[in-house]
Design a protein around this ligand. Structure first.
Ligand SMILES: *[C@@H]1O[C@H](CO)[C@@H](O)[C@H](O)[C@H]1NC(C)=O
Ligand SMILES: *[C@@H]1O[C@H](CO)[C@@H](O)[C@H](O)[C@H]1NC(C)=O
Ligand SMILES: *[C@@H]1O[C@H](CO)[C@@H](O)[C@H](O)[C@H]1NC(C)=O
Length: 311
């Protein structure tokens, strides 16, 4: 990044660093919880730290409709809106494995690492069914079409937006997405301990994992937008941040590292970070994000594009 900004214009203000800081904040937002020690760690809409099951997926009521339209709606899809699909899009070429593997970009090495526990044994149906015990939903992709089995309600709009991501993937790469059967949990904390489950690894997807867990990481859903906390889809949010970062000249920005987030999330690293809040000694400003207050005020003060005032 530094090299890039030097190449383009050595003296002109660079939006890259503020954008990076904003991006870091964005990532931290993803792991947010509300400052509430008394009733353990809670978010506005419940808590997303405990393992699933959290609460059963609520059944939709169709009582107020005619039987015919009710049946039609249930068949269409009960929980997510998919009012119609375009048959000509559905007719897609069969999945082709040729050439693709040879051209995999470098980041595929991470996928190989994440799936390493199953490289020799393969994934058995029993293992997938065991993963179901921890899953909030199951996604099956068969011949380019997505099938969903929701088990438990997910935190805020996580499930909907995650599935939306899969649908975009299918749209964008017709005929290139192979048949898969995925169990998915949407709470933050990984739960499948590698030491304890060494003999029988369980393949479960979620947004976070560690080296000590089998949980398979999946991209952060909020890049497709997080309406509850005023984060737009990344394609809109990113230009906004870029624009925000240009509002102040580079030289006029405050010369310090800036971090804003919720430290009360059972994370020792974040608690340690609080001790670095000294702009003279460390050149750092560490700010506490109060989600309850932000929620009350419509998340105006936590707008990412307004926080590019540091260099
Ligand atoms: C369905 O998809 C095809 C191919 O993308 C497109 O040409 C056509 O206009 C679409 N039909 C409708 C009704 O949207
Ligand atoms: C995994 O399980 C082992 C054995 O019970 C335990 O010592 C270890 O702390 C656990 N790891 C995590 C990350 O919970
Ligand atoms: C860090 O210092 C700033 C400036 O003194 C202050 O406004 C802020 O509340 C401090 N952050 C924390 C987490 O105490």
């Amino acid at each position: 990044m530094v090299a890039l900004s030097r190449l383009s214009a050595p003296r002109s203000p660079s939006y890259l660093l503020p954008s990076l800081l904003a991006l870091a904040l964005f990532t931290l937002l993803f792991l947010y919880k509300v400052d509430d020690f008394v009733t353990s760690t809670k978010t506005m809409a419940g808590h997303n730290l405990e393992p699933t099951p959290w609460h059963i997926f609520p059944a939709k009521s169709f009582d107020d409709e005619t039987r015919q339209s009710r049946a039609y709606k249930i068949i269409q899809c009960s929980y997510l809106s998919c009012p119609y699909f375009n048959r000509s899009i559905m007719k897609r070429p069969r999945f082709q494995t040729n050439k693709l593997a040879a051209q995999c970009p470098e980041f595929f090495s991470h996928i190989h690492r994440d799936l390493a526990p199953w490289v020799k044994s393969g994934i058995t149906e029993n293992q997938v069914m065991e993963a179901k015990n921890f899953a909030a939903f199951r996604i099956v992709i068969f011949q380019g079409r997505l099938y969903l089995d929701p088990y438990y309600a997910c935190f805020q709009s996580r499930m909907m937006v995650t599935i939306w991501g899969f649908i975009q993937l299918l749209r964008k790469y017709p005929g290139m997405v192979p048949d898969v059967d995925l169990m998915f949990d949407c709470m933050d904390k990984p739960i499948l301990n590698r030491t304890e489950r060494q003999s029988n690894p369980v393949p479960l997807f979620r947004y976070c994992t560690t080296r000590e867990h089998f949980d398979i990481p999946f991209p952060d859903w909020s890049f497709w937008g997080w309406s509850e906390i005023n984060i737009k889809p990344w394609s809109e949010e990113f230009p906004d941040i870029k624009k925000g970062s240009q509002a102040k000249r580079w030289a006029a920005k405050q010369p310090r590292a800036f971090w804003k987030g919720n430290p009360d999330v059972v994370s020792p690293v974040r608690l340690e970070l609080l001790q670095c809040n000294d702009s003279r000694k460390w050149g750092a400003q560490i700010m506490r994000q109060d989600w309850v207050q932000e929620a009350r005020e419509g998340f105006e003060a936590s707008k990412l594009s307004n926080q590019c005032t540091y260099r």
